[in-house]
Design a binder for this molecule. Structure first.
Ligand SMILES: Nc1nc2c(ncn2[C@@H]2O[C@H](COP(=O)(O)OP(=O)(O)OP(=O)(O)O)[C@@H](O)[C@H]2O)c(=O)[nH]1
Ligand SMILES: [Mg+2]
Length: 316
C-alpha cells in the first residue's frame, strides 16, 4: 500500500523544512466499515472540504482515498476505504481488497457503524478483520441524528461487550455533531513524527481523479439499481486555460451494457444534461475556476469483470 515506504520518500524530501519537531505527531488512520455507513461523509466532515464522493447507494467508494488533516501539533492522514462486503465480481473484489489491505498498515483504525441499525453480521466481519491488525480500534457510531438519544446508551453497551474498543464515539457525519473534535481526540493514538505533506495539501489525489469521481457521483444520484455500479468515468482531456479562468474537461462515461447507455443519456439527452450540469457545478467549486465539461457515453461490455479494463480505469 501507499504506507511507510512511499512516505519515507516524501519524508526525506521534506525533512529539512519540517523535520520532526519535538512533540509533533503524525500517522495513518483507516476509516473502515460496511458500505453506506457514512465513511466518506465522515472524511469530508473532518476535513471541512469535500474530496470523497458520497451517495445513498452502497459501494460508492472504489479506491482508498487519502485526506490530510492539519492541526497545530499534528498531521492526521485519514484513509477512506471502500465498504467491506461479500464481493462477487472482480471490481468488487478489488474494492474489498483495497479496504482490507489498508488496516494492516495504520496507526489506528476507525470502525464505523450506524446508530439506526442493530449490530449485524456485516459489522462483525469488518470488526474481525480490523481487530487482526492489532492497532487501537475506535468505534464511531454514526448517524446519531436519526435516532432518539435514549437509544444510544444501550447501543454503546452492546458494542462495548463485543470488543475492547479504544473509544466509542457517537457522531453525525452529516450534521457535524461530534466530528469537529474527532481529529483532536485521535492525536493521542499517533506516534511522534514529521509533517509528511505540505500544510496546504488536503489529498494526494489528482484533480482529474476527483473530477471523474464527481461525475460518477452524479451518475450514482441520477440512475438506479445496477447501472451506477457498472459505470466508470475516464477524463480524457483536462486543459487549464488560466488566462480565461477556465478548465476544459472532456470525459467519457463507460457503461457495462448496451441498454444502460440509453438510460444514462435519458430522453432527448435530458439525463446526461442534468448529470453534466451538477457535476460541472461541483468541479467548478473544487477548482475555483469556470469549467467547460463535455460528456460522452460509451459501452464497454462487462468491463467490471475484465482485469485489463479494471486496470485501465484505475482499479488495479
Ligand atoms: N442521516 C445521516 N445520514 C448520513 C450520515 N452520514 C452519512 N449519511 C448518509 O449515508 C449515505 C452513505 O454515505 P457515504 O459517506 O457515501 O457512505 P460510505 O460508508 O462511504 O459508503 P461506501 O463508499 O459505499 O462504502 C449517504 O446518503 C449519506 O448522506 C449521518 O450522520 N446522518
Ligand atoms: Mg464511501
Amino acid at each position: 500500500m501507499m504506507g511507510r515506504q512511499l512516505l519515507s520518500g516524501v519524508y526525506n524530501t521534506l525533512k529539512n523544512d519540517n523535520g520532526s519537531e519535538k512533540g509533533f505527531r503524525s500517522g495513518f488512520i483507516a476509516i473502515m466499515g460496511r458500505p453506506n455507513v457514512g465513511k466518506s461523509t465522515l472524511l469530508n466532515s473532518v476535513l471541512g472540504q469535500k474530496i470523497a464522493i458520497t451517495s445513498n447507494k452502497p459501494q460508492t467508494t472504489r479506491n482508498r482515498i487519502l485526506g490530510i488533516c492539519n492541526l497545530p501539533d499534528a498531521q492526521l492522514l485519514f484513509l477512506d476505504t471502500p465498504g467491506v462486503h461479500k464481493a462477487k465480481g472482480l471490481l468488487n473484489r478489488y474494492m474489498v481488497d483495497q479496504a482490507l489491505s489498508t488496516c494492516g498498515d495504520v496507526d489506528v483504525a476507525l470502525l464505523l457503524v450506524e446508530a439506526n441499525d442493530q449490530p449485524g453480521g456485516g459489522d462483525d466481519y469488518v470488526l474481525e478483520q480490523v481487530a487482526r491488525s492489532k492497532v487501537p480500534v475506535v468505534l464511531i457510531i454514526n448517524k446519531i441524528d436519526l435516532v432518539p438519544r435514549p437509544n444510544l446508551l444501550p447501543l454503546i453497551e452492546t458494542y462495548s461487550r463485543k470488543f475492547p474498543f479504544a473509544e466509542i464515539l457517537p457522531v453525525s457525519a452529516l450534521t457535524g455533531e461530534g466530528t469537529d473534535k474527532l481529529a483532536a481526540t485521535l492525536v493521542k493514538y499517533l506516534p511522534e513524527g514529521p509533517r509528511y505533506y505540505a500544510e496546504d495539501m488536503i489529498t494526494d489525489m489528482p484533480e482529474r481523479f476527483i473530477a471523474a469521481e464527481m461525475i460518477r457521483e452524479q451518475i450514482l444520484k441520477h440512475t438506479q439499481q445496477e447501472i451506477p455500479h457498472g459505470v466508470a468515468v475516464e477524463v480524457e482531456v483536462f486543459e487549464e486555460k488560466p488566462e480565461k479562468n477556465l478548465v476544459v474537461i472532456e470525459a467519457c462515461i463507460y457503461v457495462s451494457r448496451e441498454g444502460h447507455k440509453k438510460i444514462v443519456l435519458g430522453r432527448g439527452g435530458e439525463k446526461i444534461k442534468t448529470i453534466g450540469k451538477a457535476a460541472r457545478f461541483d468541479i467548478e467549486r473544487m477548482l475555483g475556476t469556470r469549467v467547460f465539461l463535455d460528456l460522452l457515453v460509451k459501452v464497454e461490455k462487462n468491463w467490471t469483470e475484465e482485469r485489463r479494463q479494471l486496470k485501465r480505469f484505475g482499479y488495479e
